[in-house]
Design a protein around this ligand. Structure first.
Ligand SMILES: Nc1ncnc2c1ncn2[C@@H]1O[C@H](COP(=O)(O)OP(=O)(O)O)[C@@H](O)[C@H]1O
Ligand SMILES: [Mg+2]
Length: 296
C-alpha cells in the first residue's frame, strides 16, 4: 500500500480561503476517485465541518459525550495507551463521514488550549511531531489516498504540527498589495523550519483565491504572484463567488450546488484542476526524495 499524499492549507493570515480550499480541494480529489480525509486543526467553531452540514452533529457530540477521543486528544501523552485499549474504535470515533465523498476529523474546543500544552513539551522534535506520529501510526493503516489538514491562520505549535505532518503547504492568497508579503513570510517560515529541524516543508501551491478578473489590478497581482512563486503558483485561480459563501452557509461546498452560478462553476473547475496539479506535484516530490539508501 502506498502512503497517502499529505498537504495542509496554511498562511499566517485569516480569511484568505484556507478552510474553503481544504473543503473544495478535498471534494475535488474525491471526485477524481481518491479516498480523502480532511482534518480540522483550525476551526474553533468547526469551520470545516460546517461546509458539510454536520456542525449540529459535532456540536451535540461535544456537548453530550465525554470528550474522548477528539482531535486534540491525539496530541496527548496518554493517547497511545488509551488508543491501544480501545482498539480500532479510538480512531473510528474520530472520523465523520460526509455526503460529499470525503471523511473528516472535526475540530474540537480542546484545540484552544493545545498550543499552550504543546509549549510545555521541552523537546522540540516531540513538540512538533505529535500529529505526524499520529498520522503514521493510526491514519496511514486506513489507506487514504490523500490527507488534507486545515490549519489556523497563525503560526503556533498547532500549525507547526500540521506543517511538520503534512510537509506540503497550499497557501490560498487574495489579490492585494500586502498579500505577497504574507506569502513571502510563509516561505521564510518554511525555510526556517527546514534549517532548524531536519524536515523539508515545501510550498506546494500558491492558489489565488477570490479573484475578480473584472478589475485591472487583479491581473497585475496575478502576474506578480506568478513571478514571485514560479514553481508553486497555479494559474487556474478561484474566482470570487457569492455562491461559495452561500454554499458554505447552507452546509455545502460549491460541488453540491444543483444550479451553480457561472462563478461557482468556474470555481469548481479550478478546484478540480488544482486537485490534479496537487497530486502530480506531490507525486513528483515523493519520487525526487526517495527513502534513504534506496537509490540504485
Ligand atoms: N472564492 C471565494 N469567493 C467568495 N467568497 C469566498 C471565496 N473563498 C472564501 N470565501 C469566503 O471568505 C471567508 C473566509 O474564507 P475561509 O475559507 O474561512 O478563510 P480562512 O480559512 O483562510 O480564514 C468565508 O466567508 C468564505 O465563505
Ligand atoms: Mg479557516
Amino acid at each position: 500500500m502506498s502512503r497517502s499524499i499529505r498537504a495542509c492549507t496554511f498562511l499566517d493570515k485569516g480569511g484568505t480561503g484556507k478552510t474553503t480550499t481544504a473543503a473544495h480541494l478535498g471534494v475535488a480529489l474525491a471526485e477524481r476517485g481518491n479516498d480523502v480525509l480532511l482534518i480540522d486543526l483550525a476551526g474553533k467553531q468547526g469551520d470545516l465541518v460546517k461546509h458539510f452540514g454536520r456542525w449540529e452533529t459535532v456540536e451535540r457530540q461535544i456537548a453530550e459525550d465525554d470528550d474522548w477521543p477528539n482531535i486534540s486528544t491525539v496530541f496527548q501523552d496518554q493517547w497511545g495507551a488509551i488508543a491501544e485499549k480501545l482498539g480500532d474504535a479510538a480512531v473510528d470515533d474520530l472520523i465523520l463521514e460526509t455526503d460529499e465523498g470525503v471523511d473528516l476529523i472535526p475540530a474540537h474546543p480542546g484545540l484552544d488550549s493545545l498550543d499552550a500544552e504543546l509549549g510545555n513539551i521541552d523537546d522540540a522534535h516531540d513538540r512538533y511531531s505529535r500529529l505526524d506520529s499520529f498520522l503514521d501510526e493510526y491514519i496511514e493503516p486506513l489507506g487514504y489516498d490523500a490527507v488534507l489538514i486545515d490549519l489556523p491562520g497563525l503560526t503556533n505549535n498547532v500549525s507547526y504540527n500540521g506543517l511538520w505532518a503534512a510537509r506540503n503547504v497550499i497557501a490560498p492568497v487574495e489579490m492585494g498589495p500586502f498579500e505577497s508579503e504574507q506569502a513571502e513570510a510563509l516561505r521564510a517560515d518554511l525555510d526556517k523550519i527546514g534549517a532548524n529541524f531536519d524536515v523539508d516543508v515545501k510550498l506546494a501551491m500558491v492558489l489565488p483565491n477570490k479573484v475578480d478578473t473584472r478589475t485591472k489590478l487583479a491581473e497585475e497581482y496575478l502576474d506578480a504572484f506568478e513571478e514571485a512563486y514560479p514553481e508553486a503558483f497555479v494559474s487556474s485561480h478561484v474566482p470570487v463567488s457569492q455562491d461559495i459563501r452561500n454554499a458554505a452557509e447552507s452546509g455545502r461546498t460549491a460541488f453540491a450546488l444543483e444550479e451553480p452560478s457561472t462563478t461557482a462553476e468556474r470555481a469548481r473547475e479550478a478546484f478540480l484542476e488544482n486537485a490534479e496539479t496537487l497530486v502530480e506535484r506531490l507525486d513528483e516530490s515523493e519520487r525526487a526524495a526517495p527513502a534513504g539508501g534506496e537509490l540504485a
